[in-house]
Design a protein around this ligand. Structure first.
Ligand code: T4K
Length: 394
């Protein structure tokens, strides 16, 4: 919690003053909703002695999520990365698949892990999502699919990507890891493309501790996904697909059910915090808070600030100052997937065709949100950034 308000440069912890916060303030601090409801379910799971392998709590979870998203099938998985891998395999992707570099590295890894080359396309700097014109430029005879990512929960340009996929006979799926509770043209994310993949990791707006899901309206695809997440078994002793172990466990589903009941409260807190950040950061030169489209639903989970050239303090200087104050702000997704191994070796010159990704990656800082953030926390964070910027102006 905040111990004091910062007023002068000398108050900054980078100058030796005590940090503004005694305990670290994390980006991605899990939101825990109804602890009693969760513990009661855990008790029943232990009594029932059914811990995993498509148990009753996972089945209830899948039904609730599918209903919530308005999609026919929700296939729960042990995490978002395995869910991506299984979806990619079930769709038969191979060769090259176009993805943004501006995403968490799991999107690229899920392809590369299966011998598929992720080909990085540039983004629209206004939305941080794939630029359809850039996607077109990356299509080759080896391209079999496109994975759009709903970065920060803002819907990717779904219609434009679908049109490109249809025109070139490509499969289209979405990494919706950030987008639980988001909408596109008023409809819930979860029902677009061939399928959509969610992460319910502890750090997400809606979490099952570890977890993920593939959602789809395609019955045949849903059958394949269910088989593949359980070693390809169709009944006892009968393996009909190559498969892996992608199952969600009962305790994770119990966490999900407790958190689903409290999801509206999380969104409310995040939305209030986003507005408070916007007011607190206004007027600091070169600092821009990424907005969410007011016409669409979004969990407002990510507080994404861009530190432009007009700010006297660099993004890295701001991150260092915040860390000194015990605010563990993050540079997600710096330097972009193309700047990480093994993709740096695979495409040493990728940066040349990703100018927007490179710029955005050098400017973004993600700030704490959720139940752990409040007016005092937000004004102290803004005051740290402002004080540093003013100090460096002189
Ligand atoms: N696609 C996209 C677009 C994604 O963003 C992700 C995951 C995936 C796919 C893959 O989904 P999963 O396989 O993860 O389900 C974190 C998360 O681990 C990762 O799930 C997430 N994206 C990514 C954006 O953030 P790291 O490497 O930053 O995690 P870490 O350990 O540094 O934790 C982040 C912060 O959260 C820390 O400051 C500490 C805090 N924290 C974390 C945990 C786990 C807590 O306070 N309590 C906790 O229990 O990747």
């Amino acid at each position: 919690m905040a111990t004091k308000q910062i007023r002068t440069p000398a108050d900054l912890a980078i100058h030796g003053a005590p940090p503004a916060f005694e305990a670290p303030l994390h980006v991605g601090r899990p939101n825990l909703c109804n602890r009693d409801a969760f513990l009661a379910r855990v008790g029943s799971i232990l009594d029932n002695q059914w811990l995993t392998n498509n148990g009753p709590v996972v089945q209830e979870f899948e039904e609730r999520i599918a209903r919530y998203l308005g999609v026919k099938h929700c296939v729960a998985m042990c995490n978002g990365t395995i869910a991506l891998e299984i979806a990619i395999r079930a769709l038969g992707l191979q060769g090259e698949v176009i993805v943004p570099s501006w995403t968490f590295v799991a999107t690229a890894h899920a392809l590369y892990w299966q011998g598929i080359t992720p080909v990085f396309a540039d983004i629209d700097p206004a939305t941080h999502n794939l630029d359809p014109a850039a996607v077109r430029r990356m299509i080759t005879p080896r391209t079999t699919g496109i994975i759009g990512v709903h970065v920060w929960g803002r819907a990717a340009p779904i219609d434009a990507l679908q049109a490109i996929a249809d025109e070139h006979g490509l499969k289209l799926m979405f990494d919706a890891a950030h987008a639980f509770g988001s909408s596109y043209r008023g409809q819930s994310i979860g029902r677009f493309g061939a399928c959509e993949v969610f992460s319910f990791h502890a750090t997400k707006a809606f979490n099952t501790m570890e977890g993920g899901a593939v959602t789809t309206n395609d019955d045949t695809l849903a059958d394949a996904l269910r088989l593949m997440r359980n070693f390809g078994f169709k009944g006892y002793d009968n393996v009909v697909h190559p498969g892996t172990n992608g199952k969600m466990i009962e305790v994770c589903a119990a966490m999900g059910l407790a958190n689903l009941d409290g999801f509206d409260a999380i969104v409310k807190a995040n939305t209030r915090n986003h507005a408070a950040y916007k007011a607190a950061l206004a007027g600091i030169p070169g600092v821009r808070l990424l907005d969410y489209d007011p016409a669409e639903r979004n969990s407002h989970h990510y507080i994404v600030a861009e530190i432009g050239p007009d700010c006297p303090a660099s993004r890295d200087a701001i991150v260092a100052a915040l860390h000194a104050e015990n605010v563990l702000a993050r540079k997600y997704f710096w330097p972009g997937c193309h700047g990480m191994q093994p993709y740096r070796d695979l495409f040493p010159h990728a940066g040349l065709v990703l100018p927007q990704t490179e710029r955005v990656a050098s400017e973004v800082v993600v700030l704490p949100n959720g139940f752990a953030a409040n007016e005092t926390v937000i004004s102290t964070i803004a005051s740290t950034i402002k004080t540093l910027a003013e100090y460096l102006t002189k």
